[in-house]
Design a protein around this ligand. Sequence first.
Ligand code: GCU
Length: 396
Amino acid sequence: MPSIRKRVAVAGAAAVALTTTIAMTTAHAVTPPRAGAAGSAAAPADPTYTAAEVLAGVKKNSTAANQVNTKPHINTMTRAMNVNVYQVASGVYAYTSSMAIDDDGSDPDPDPDHQGDTTWHDSNGKALAAHHVPFYVLGDDCWDRKTPCPHFFYKEHGMSGRQFALMFYNGKVIGSIFGDTQTANNQTTSDNDSRELGEASVKAAQLLGIPSSGTTGGVDNGVTVVMFSGPSWVVNGTNANLNANAQALVQKALDTLGAAMAGTNPPPSGTLFEAESGTLSAGGTFDSNHTGFTGTGFANPANAVGAYVDIPVTADTAGTRTLTFRYSDGTTAARPATISVNGTSHGTLNFPTTANWDTWANVSITVPLKAGANTIRIAGNSAVGDANIDSVTLSP
Ligand code: GCU
């Protein structure tokens, strides 16, 4: 639990060395997804996103329509009830608030309110070290005792201890983990409250250039925390390497979120074959009238039951491969298709809707391939035929 303290930001605190932050000032254009040449063994390079680009997307998606909480949260420093949480992409949640300084955990600290434990621990079961691990603080329960919670409550959103977040402040971005919680609302002796948002560890403050004293540090506003839910975004490690492990995820998080917000969702690593290298059943066309495709265009099979695109692929050796189809379906209904390899059906694969025809998504199926040339057929199961098909990527 965070300590009780007078939360007054002090201007002009000593500058702190910033060695692990990524400067946001080196912005460059978003690189569109790039394809390797058809059949090239090289994995297509993923587009890279800068912190400035991603933060701009987070702000753009922080709309009333995307707001998760129905009652406002409390800014930990100013106590203003004006903090909201937005789902800025599938499974990604963002808020902007203060940074009060949490100095709890296994590091010693002169703050008279310092507490030895943190809610979450490192992978060895030790209390987190606030001077070594950048961590953020969320409410430890639902203040209203209601389900769903009118506030953002992490347990309702696939989050647990050490959940990764990007933290943006004043032109910088760092990786951080969910480390501690705000005291429950039954603690009447404290102004801590599980509706509060806006507290993080000494280390997080240092990395972002915020005064980091537990008694006099912090900043009143402008810290944006972007939390990535799901087990694959839980950061493991000890107090000695959790900081490095969190920073190592920053570019991956920027790229994942940047691609998701742009609706570009690049193809995965593997050997990529463009749909436009294939052949279409009657009435289909290879088009380029929607944006975001790789290569020179995409397949638009006819709107008819059984309409297909055949994509030639090669495999070095015989064996099973995961085929990932990058596709777009800008309608309101999914377009399931039968996937066949060399004339043998391997069942139906669903192609769920995407936001529009310029938005791309990936779906996968595992099939056996023979060594050398193979033909992958995607044949629409309904009268509207296939989704638009951009490419298929083979991975082991
Ligand atoms: C639209 C869209 C095409 C798409 C078609 C369809 O015309 O522009 O790219 O293939 O709908 O419904 O299949």
